[in-house]
Design a protein around this ligand. Structure first.
Ligand SMILES: C[S@@+](CC[C@H](N)C(=O)[O-])C[C@H]1O[C@@H](n2cnc3c(N)ncnc32)[C@H](O)[C@@H]1O
Length: 237
């Protein structure tokens, strides 16, 4: 197993265990950051599990009828919030590599009676989606967990329609972290070890082909060196 595969297996094991926890929250201290309290309060107990570090759904200008994809959908919180916004004419597809997370998200979708959501098993580095099939791609605290961030951004570009939007919340750093932290699987699964400098993160999006890359929000930067950003980028027409 190469280093990337070893880290991916550690991530899968960690989030399988999280999926079984009744009221799991993220380790980054940024749980439920930016969500509108009314939106969360409207969800039944047990469904509001949030392992994210921002609120991409609140920032994305979702419109009725749109097709939305959530990369690393976890328990499905952003999928459920997005589903309310795109309505019955739209569709929200969550992609995750962890079976237990997909099962938890599907159970919640059934409890909510949502017909416009779907959860697919897959890697965000090789999305189980057609080219130019999505209007908006969201992701909340997931890309940092991927060893090859460039592959994730290239896949997002492939799947978006021309003019489509990518809105991501994720952990980044002020400067490159020491090797001992980057190579520690425990730090990696906790959304710290895989975080890269903000400027490198934005550059990876541009190199993949995104335009108009802009920071919408930073959280926790005063506590540095690891903090969360919400970023928007567009697939050129
Ligand atoms: C920190 S949790 C965030 C979950 C969700 N986005 C939220 O905000 O609650 C990370 C999720 O990403 C998934 N994940 C991590 N790396 C992945 C990859 N390479 N491909 C697909 N899913 C991945 C994990 O299984 C887990 O469910």
């Amino acid at each position: 197993m190469d280093q990337g595969e070893t880290l991916r297996e550690a991530v899968r094991a960690h989030y399988s265990a999280k999926a079984e926890a009744p009221s799991a929250c993220c380790e980054t201290d940024l749980c439920h950051t930016g969500y509108q309290p009314e939106a969360l309060a409207a969800l039944p107990e047990g469904i509001e599990m949030g392992l994210g570090c921002g609120s991409p759904t609140a920032w994305a200008q979702l419109r009725p009828g749109e097709i939305v994809v959530d990369l690393g959908s976890g328990g499905g919180l952003d999928v459920f919030l997005a589903a309310q916004r795109v309505g019955p004419a739209g569709r929200v597809i969550g992609v995750d590599m962890t079976e237990a997370m997909l099962a938890r998200a599907q159970t919640s979708a059934d409890r909510l009676g949502l017909k416009n959501v779907e959860f697919r098993h897959g890697l965000i580095e090789a999305l189980p989606l057609d080219d130019a099939s999505a209007d908006v791609i969201l992701s909340n605290c997931v890309v940092n967990l991927a060893p090859d961030k460039g592959a994730v951004f290239r896949e997002a570009l492939r799947v978006l329609k021309p003019g489509g939007q990518l809105v991501i919340s994720d952990m980044v750093t002020l400067a490159e972290l020491p090797k001992e932290i980057r190579q520690d699987p425990e730090m990696w699964v906790s959304c710290i070890g895989g975080a890269i400098p903000e400027k490198d993160y934005l550059e990876a999006m541009r190199i993949a082909g995104f335009a108009g890359v802009e920071i919408l929000e930073r959280n926790g930067i005063e506590r540095g060196p690891v903090y969360s950003v919400t970023v928007r980028a567009t697939k050129p027409r």
